[in-house]
Design a protein around this ligand. Structure first.
Ligand code: UD1
Ligand code: CA
Length: 460
């Protein structure tokens, strides 16, 4: 018998007050729904059905063919949403786990645990519950005098006494497939809300003497639901702590971990040091001996061994061994920095490749450029890559010295062992071995300034 999963993700997420469908909202820069689907994929579940509705194209574009889709065009509640999966599932034999698309912390271990509990106990329906210190907003689990589950009451519909119940409905249910859709058909609309509550299947199945059970899960933050930007920040905090902890246990030292955010798919080798206020996201890889931060953002970039990146931004770029980046450098759009480079104070490198031992220590812009090895960019050097219409290329050979405040007007090619005098505006190619001087000659007019400048009184 197979295991199926239904993920409910058709809602708008009105309480989020954002345009995105809630389940697509990013947590640590990754859409929430991807966390859920990823964890179902690595669980014992064989097939996943995602119920989509509000801005469905957006979710389908994220998940592509990782899941099958059921469509809920009008969002008439969680019970109604599950009903939309009937055509795909009701004739199949097996067990279905229902999950909500707004529980980003769920993991495959929890999913496996609750499915095996359900099977071991030979339940017809298992409701997964948790105990929350602050249960506000969640459906409450009402148990009878024997301690078994009686019904689920939504927060809004709770009596004063029911509001004090701390055991909540996580929104995860495990249920025999064919029984599920029979029960869902019997859900009646909640007149006040105009919605079909999935939670009603507890009472419906109990009435028909099916074996309904509640499984109280201890690791409760894993099943929190997020409904607004405030609860998103809680989920993000949990996720951040979990990720940082696992890196630290793998030998990565993280200073002030509350201020360090590392994305889910980032790979960091042991021996790396991460300083405060640092964000590493996307599919970044940080290799041994690197020191990252403080105050640094690295997104989808590869940082090789013993590189140091301080107070800097690195997006979609690669930095090879022993190079130092920063303070206040910005690498972007496919910058590839060679070994033993220095990219220092207020230097921006865009879509460019540098050879080994190249240095741009201060105030430079390097764009659409390929440089050789051991090139020195003086303070204020600029590759003038944009003529207002096109982006043009600059090619620089090995062992080139570019004096301060040089403009290299692209397209332009500088040969090996060229020396460019400070203050030059280079518009023509420079052949190998040449000294290029492209600036006006200095004229000194004798005594001319004496009439212009009179000594001032510096005691005032
Ligand atoms: C739901 C449960 C509540 C539980 C809580 C756990 C119901 C009636 N209530 O409440 O008992 O404690 O989750 O977090 O089930 N959705 C659809 N179509 C719809 C409505 C919702 O697909 O018509 C999806 C949403 O996209 C969302 C999920 O179902 O991912 C849950 O919906 P939400 O409105 O957040 O339910 P809660 O009020 O949190
Ligand atoms: Ca919710």
């Amino acid at each position: 018998m197979k295991n199926y999963a239904i993920v409910l993700a058709a809602g708008k997420g009105t309480r989020m007050k954002t345009e995105l469908p809630k389940c697509a909202f990013p947590i640590l820069k990754k859409p929430m729904i991807e966390y859920i689907v990823e964890n179902i994929e690595t669980s014992v579940v064989d097939e996943i059905i995602c119920v989509v509705g509000y801005k469905k194209e957006y979710l389908q574009d994220l998940l592509k063919d990782r899941v099958e889709y059921a469509f809920q065009d009008e969002q008439l509640g969680t019970g109604h949403a599950v009903g939309k999966a009937a055509d795909l599932l009701k004739d199949k034999k097996g067990t279905t786990v229902i999950l909500l698309g707004d529980m980003p912390l769920i993991n495959s271990k929890v999913i496996n645990k609750v499915i095996s509990y359900h099977t071991d106990k030979m339940n017809d329906l298992t409701v997964v519950t948790a105990e929350f210190e602050n249960p506000k907003g969640y459906g409450r689990i009402v148990r009878n005098e024997y301690g078994s589950i009686e019904k689920i009451v939504e927060h809004k519909d709770c009596t004063k006494a029911q509001k004090t119940i701390k055991e909540i409905n996580t929104g995860i249910y495990i249920v025999d497939n064919s029984l599920l859709f029979e029960a869902v058909e019997k859900i009646k609309i909640n007149e006040q809300k105009g919605e079909y509550y999935l939670t009603d299947i507890v009472e419906i199945m109990k009435k028909e003497d099916y074996k309904v059970d509640a499984f109280l899960l201890w690791d409760s933050p894993k099943v929190m639901g997020v409904n607004d930007l405030y609860t998103i920040s809680h989920a993000e905090k949990h996720l951040r702590n979990d990720i940082n902890k696992s890196h630290m246990l793998n030998g990565v030292s993280i200073i002030n971990p509350e201020t360090v955010t590392i994305g889910h798919s980032v790979v960091i080798e042991e021996g790396v040091i991460i300083n405060p206020n640092t964000f590493i996201t996307g599919d970044s890889v940080i290799k041994k001996g690197a020191i990252i931060g403080p105050n640094t953002e690295i997104h989808s970039s590869i940082i090789h061994k013993n590189v140091s990146v301080k107070h800097s931004l690195v997006y979609d770029s690669e930095v090879f061994d022993n190079t130092t980046i920063g303070p206040f450098a910005h690498l972007r759009d496919g910058a590839v920095i060679g070994k033993n480079n220095r990219v220092g104070n207020f230097v921006e490198v865009k879509n460019s490749k540098t050879g080994n031992g190249t240095k741009a220590a201060h105030l430079a812009y390097i764009g659409d450029t390929v440089t050789g090895s051991r090139v020195n960019f003086g303070c204020g050097s600029i590759t003038v890559n944009y003529d207002g219409i096109n982006k043009n290329k600059t090619i620089i050979g090995d062992d080139v010295f570019i004096g301060c405040n040089t403009n290299l007007i692209a397209p332009v090619e500088i040969g090996n062992r060229v020396f460019i005098a400070a203050g030059s505006t280079v518009t023509k190619d420079v052949p190998e071995g040449a000294l290029a001087i492209a600036r006006n000659k200095q004229i000194n007019k004798a005594d001319y300034a004496k009439n212009l400048i009179r000594p001032k009184d510096d005691t005032k």
